[in-house]
Ligand binder design. Structure first.
Ligand SMILES: *Cc1c(COP(=O)(O)O)cnc(C)c1O
Length: 374
């Protein structure tokens, strides 16, 4: 094929940007969280392809760091993960079974979270069909109004324990709505309501906290914690310094350099108009790479210790940086600048774009060349 006889370039040299995922930092973050929760089991949430970083690469590293409990959102994510982790490692599916997927859950050894009485009834029917008791997590709604059994549902189960016949309840869970805001009274209220509701169900270990909940203190650790974001370096709250290691670096390539001066404009709408001579670099990352238009005029990149403001609007495949502060001798096409890196965290990018680090990670584009370091 002609493609093989052409010039050989490493993919990294063709891509507009290189995304480096530090797997050792993920393992360190996992161990830090384990130390924080002492006796509680520390699970690992790897839904949405490990928050966009690649479950295939991330899950084995977490397993080697000691994780034996993984959570995903969808049954299909669980099926894919089952091929990656060992047979002894437990996979829990947060959305639970749909009527057409109960048998797959059993076949691929996926433990469902049962979020409604319909799912309880479905799982009980599946246990009868399998002629064998089946593991499950019961989720109760302690106040977020998103997933889980209502207070009335829990009352119905307490009045009719046979409805859980054939179901081995080996975890009862709920989810906090405001855990990233430690002073919010909703945290205590949800904890209280969770304990009350769990007391009406068959005895089982309890789980209330995701990443941020872990940092609310040991009263929130209970039997098992379910961190996702913290594993990937996102700060658990904005009050304290981030104790977690940064995991991703995004190095973008400069495509062109030019001079602009008073009377000229940069980018769509010419929204940036310099008040004096400026040096502008066009960089090969745009909103089609998940780098939001919201960064235009608010975000920045770094070249070593030099801050480079993003000027004008972000295009689909490129954005513009003011690189006037970089010594001319260091400027050249093909140089790289950090859009995410030591000087600019995922949370910083999120703040500039008016969103949260979770959305930045799960939006990271498919055109980046991905490198994994361990
Ligand atoms: C996504 C999710 C988690 C992980 O949350 P993080 O804030 O990323 O740690 C835990 N539990 C449930 C129910 C979730 O949906």
């Amino acid at each position: 094929m002609t493609i093989l006889s052409g010039p050989h370039l490493w993919p990294a040299s063709r891509a507009g940007a290189t995304l480096t995922v530090d797997l050792a930092a993920i393992a360190d973050n996992y161990r830090l969280l384990c130390g924080k929760v002492n006796a509680a089991v520390c699970a690992a949430v790897v839904k949405a392809d490990a928050y966009g970083l690649g479950a295939e690469q991330v899950a084995p590293v977490l397993e080697r760091a000691g994780a034996r409990e993984f959570f995903v959102a969808h049954v299909d994510e669980g099926i894919a993960l089952r091929k990656i982790v060992s047979a002894e490692t437990r996979i829990t599916v947060l959305h639970g079974p749909r009527p057409d997927a109960a048998a797959e859950c059993v076949y691929f050894d996926l433990r469902p979270v049962l979020n409604s009485l319909d799912q309880v009834d479905l799982w009980k029917r599946e246990a009868l069909r399998q002629q064998s008791p089946l593991d499950a997590v019961l989720q109760v709604d302690s106040g977020m109004s998103r997933f889980g059994l209502s207070r009335k549902d829990v009352g119905d189960l307490a009045d009719d324990p046979e409805r859980l016949g054939g179901i081995r309840t080996n975890l009862i869970m709920s989810h906090l709505a405001c855990a990233d805001d430690p002073a919010n009274p909703a945290n205590k209220m949800q904890r209280q309501r969770f304990l009350e509701m769990a007391a009406m169900l068959p005895p089982a270990p309890l789980s209330l906290s995701a990443s941020s909940g872990i940092f609310l203190g040991s009263a929130y650790h209970m039997g098992l914690v379910r961190p996702g974001a913290a594993l990937y370096g996102i700060a658990p709250n904005t009050e304290a310094a981030n104790p977690l290691k940064q995991v991703v670096r995004l190095q973008a390539r400069v495509l062109q350099l030019r001079n602009v001066d008073v009377g000229e404009g940069v980018g769509y709408g010419l929204t940036y108009q310099p008040e004096g001579p400026r040096r502008i670099a066009t960089v090969a990352v745009g909103y089609a790479d998940g780098f939001s238009r919201q960064n235009g005029g608010t975000g920045c990149a770094w070249f070593g210790d030099i801050r480079l403001p993003i000027v004008g609007r972000v295009s689909m495949d490129s954005l513009a940086l003011d690189v006037s502060a970089v010594p001319e001798a260091l400027l050249h096409a093909d140089m790289h600048v950090d859009l995410i890196g030591a000087r600019r965290s995922v949370d910083d990018v999120a703040a500039a774009a008016g969103t949260i680090g979770y959305e930045i990670l799960t939006s990271l584009g498919g055109r980046y060349y991905r490198e994994y370091t361990e």
